[in-house]
Design a protein around this ligand. Structure first.
Ligand SMILES: [Zn+2]
Ligand SMILES: [Zn+2]
Length: 99
């Protein structure tokens, strides 16, 4: 009888958790380079943010078409009257990592 071996999850094989897709672009807020985590100033030390800056999430969401208002990539979201509006929530989740 062979010993049972559980398949190793892909995350463990990579040795690190999957990065946030927004890390593919430079952060317009804290100027973190692509692939680098966002930083925040706490007192005089810079600490790493686990979650990218909201501005980076917005900028990354804009790299893809919005599934809610159907605007093209690079175009700000628009409401039903055609006015610029905040990025639609669905756009954050559909924006894929750009490589
Ligand atoms: Zn940032
Ligand atoms: Zn939209």
């Amino acid at each position: 009888m062979k010993p049972r071996q559980a398949p190793m999850p892909a995350v463990l094989r990579q040795g690190r958790p999957p990065r946030h897709p927004a890390l593919a672009i430079r952060c317009p807020h804290c100027a973190a380079a692509p692939d680098m985590r966002c930083t925040t100033r706490a007192g005089r030390t810079r600490t790493t943010r686990l979650i990218p800056c909201p501005a980076r999430l917005d900028a990354h969401a804009l790299t893809d078409v919005c599934p809610t208002c159907q605007v093209a990539a690079g175009t700000p979201c628009r409401d039903s009257r055609g006015h610029e509006t905040a990025v639609h929530t669905a756009r954050y989740t559909t924006a894929q990592e750009t490589r």
